[in-house]
Design a protein around this ligand. Structure first.
Ligand SMILES: CC(=O)SCCNC(=O)CCNC(=O)[C@H](O)C(C)(C)COP(=O)(O)OP(=O)(O)OC[C@H]1O[C@@H](n2cnc3c(N)ncnc32)[C@H](O)[C@@H]1OP(=O)(O)O
Ligand SMILES: O=C([O-])CC(=O)C(=O)O
Length: 368
């Protein structure tokens, strides 16, 4: 819908940036990242392949990937004097708000904060990616009143991330599935959070500021917060019949069902959801219990029949997180942590070729 003055509610379909980073090619069911298809990459590449692709522009060789992992491992911990801030986070605060606070604080530890060069920005992004598992997990633990967890540097990035969350050495299957989730969440063109970060970066604000804006955006239930909402909904019942009745009841009450619909995919399945559905199937097989899969499939069926709507990534990601033993308040923080690779690429691109965002309005106020 475009009004006579050119106003498009929600900027639906409006082109807001020229980018070399990514594009959703819905017709060809591809999520194009610097010329590669994320959906194809999800089958045989890892999160760090995509981190390298996003920040360096190409899929790394095995050697380049190992050196990237080693480099990022060097940033697993935070400056010692930032640690007390975790204890100051109020109990019961959502960890997304804790993360927003800690990332904001890190700006004060950047000795070259006003440097927006491509090289310096990339270095910042790598340091943050190294620090994010610590920030994510401990923002949750602190707000739960639990002791700070430390990293295990003998483990790979995804294995360590999962280990810090659960306190158990994860199996190969668990690491593979968790890494694939990080990869799938890493970048998605111009969602609200990416737009928010580019708008902030366009004032020449620093990366920490742009990322804290993105965290705030991503927390909302219409965006990243949906994965937590999906799991709370699944927990309301414990059977396929119960879930069907719940969804029908919500639809009758004209409630939105979390995990369905998407501004760009609209009446099509998010291709990432097909992959997470498969991951859920594997975890259900491992547990010899397919209740969660059957519940989700029943919800999918009702939404297709009643609304012509399909799952987005968050719908099947939620039960996958659950099966991996991850507490629900960490679902959106993990999304943000993975997405920092894509967000950083966008912030860097904005800084490298900037014009401040400053749109106009259609005035509907009192006459003057
Ligand atoms: C990884 C991610 O961040 S993906 C997004 C995660 N968010 C969610 O899962 C939240 C649920 N989904 C939604 O709220 C929406 O589909 C959004 C926010 C994702 C997209 O919003 P928009 O593009 O503005 O679509 P909009 O909300 O206008 O929906 C269009 C129509 O479909 C309906 N609709 C859209 N999503 C849903 C839903 N999940 N449940 C029920 N109805 C829905 C709307 O009510 C509207 O119906 P109407 O035309 O009769 O009024
Ligand atoms: O693209 C969007 O609007 C939301 C989304 O799926 C994502 O950020 O992964």
């Amino acid at each position: 819908m475009r009004t006579s003055e050119g106003f498009v509610p929600g900027l639906d379909g409006v082109i807001a940036a020229r980018t070399e980073i990514s594009f959703l090619d819905v017709d060809r069911e591809k999520i194009v990242i610097r010329g590669e298809d994320l959906i194809a990459l999800a089958k045989d590449k890892t999160y760090f392949d995509v981190v390298h692709l996003l920040l360096e522009g190409y899929i790394p060789s095995q050697e380049e990937k190992s050196s990237l992992e080693d480099n990022i491992k060097g940033y697993y911990s935070l400056p010692e004097d930032t640690l007390p801030v975790f204890n100051l986070l109020p109990k019961g605060m959502h960890p997304m708000d804790g993360m927003r606070t800690v990332i904001s604080l890190l700006a004060g530890y950047d000795t070259d904060l006003e440097n927006r060069s491509n090289k310096e920005n990339k270095q910042r992004a790598y340091e943050l990616l190294g620090q994010l598992p610590f920030i994510t997990v401990n923002s949750y633990f602190a707000t739960e009143g639990k002791a700070i967890a430390s990293s295990d540097e003998s483990l790979g990035y995804s294995a360590n991330f999962l280990y810090m969350i659960t306190g158990k050495k994860p199996s190969n299957l668990e690491v593979e599935i968790f890494d694939q989730l990080l990869l799938l969440y890493s970048e998605h063109e111009m969602p609200n959070s990416t737009f928010a970060s580019r708008v902030i970066a366009s004032t020449n604000a620093d990366m920490y500021g742009a990322l804290t804006g993105a965290i705030s955006s991503l927390k909302g239930h219409l965006h990243g917060g949906a994965n937590e909402a999906v799991m709370y909904m699944l927990q309301e019942v414990d059977s396929v019949d119960g879930f069907e009745a719940l969804i029908r009841h919500k639809l009758q009450n004209k409630e939105k069902i979390m995990g369905f619909g998407h501004r760009v995919y609209m009446k099509k399945m998010d291709p990432r959801a097909t992959i997470t559905k498969e991951a859920l199937r594997k975890l259900c097989e491992r547990d010899n219990d397919d209740t969660l899969l059957k519940m989700c499939e029943a919800g999918e069926e009702i939404m297709r029949e009643e609304k012509g709507l399909y799952p987005n990534l968050d719908y099947y990601a939620a039960p996958v997180y659950w099966k991996l033993g991850i507490p629900i308040p960490l679902y959106t923080p993990i999304f943000f942590s993975a997405r920092t690779a894509g967000l950083a690429a966008h912030i860097i691109e904005q800084h490298d070729n900037n014009r401040i965002f400053r749109p106009r309005v259609e005035y509907t106020g009192k006459s003057y």
